[in-house]
Design a protein around this ligand. Sequence first.
Ligand code: JE8
Length: 224
Amino acid sequence: MEIDVLTLFPRIFEGPLEESILKRAQSRGLVVVRVHNLRDFTHDKHRVVDDKPYGGGPGMLMKPEPIFEAVEKFRRTDSRVVLMTPQGSPLTQARAEEFSRVAHLIIICGHYEGVDERVRAALVNDEVSIGDYVLTNGALAAAVFVDAVVRLLPGVLGDENSADDDSFTDGLLEGPQYTRPPEFRGLTVPEVLLSGNHEAIAKWRAEWARQRTRERRPDLLKED
Ligand code: JE8
């Protein structure tokens, strides 16, 4: 997979892309991520990327020209153009799986009060939001989106933390987990986990997953 990210804050991506699983996926050639500064697609002396909204109102909007120029430079027949926006459809595990099958993603990060509507109308295939809370801009949202998608690419995860085991894949939250020591500050590990009885352990885990999901995320149990 190839990903081109268009943003005014390219440094926001440096940390997330240079650590751990995303770093390894790139060095193994499983994904190529290129982050571009939208200011590089302006042509005026002051490299202006924003302007006032027609009709008035607070704040500034991103001008269409730099975004059009960047998307038209990178777009191919196999590209999907994604806009990160609070108005987008919510990112779910199912949506992440769908995007992980796309050959080329172009991700537009909004900034300020958002983008000129003509960007949506003419360039954007999908509008995505990472959740119902307000961020200062689209760059952090895009970093989350890239993380969720890239870890699903074939070969990115080792067997140990395979995506098949994800909560949300089976639709339940994970239950409690323990590592050594068996007793820590008087707090013990449930006996069944030390028993070596794999059938009993599987049953215990399934019971906890159901209980925790019922308590904390009953919405996940309702079928739709
Ligand atoms: C954004 C965002 C996602 C999410 C995404 C892009 C561009 C007060 N204003 C804040 C209102 C409009 C949006 C302003 C900040 N902003 C936020 C997001 C997002 N994807 N789940 N929450 N927020 C932009 C500008």
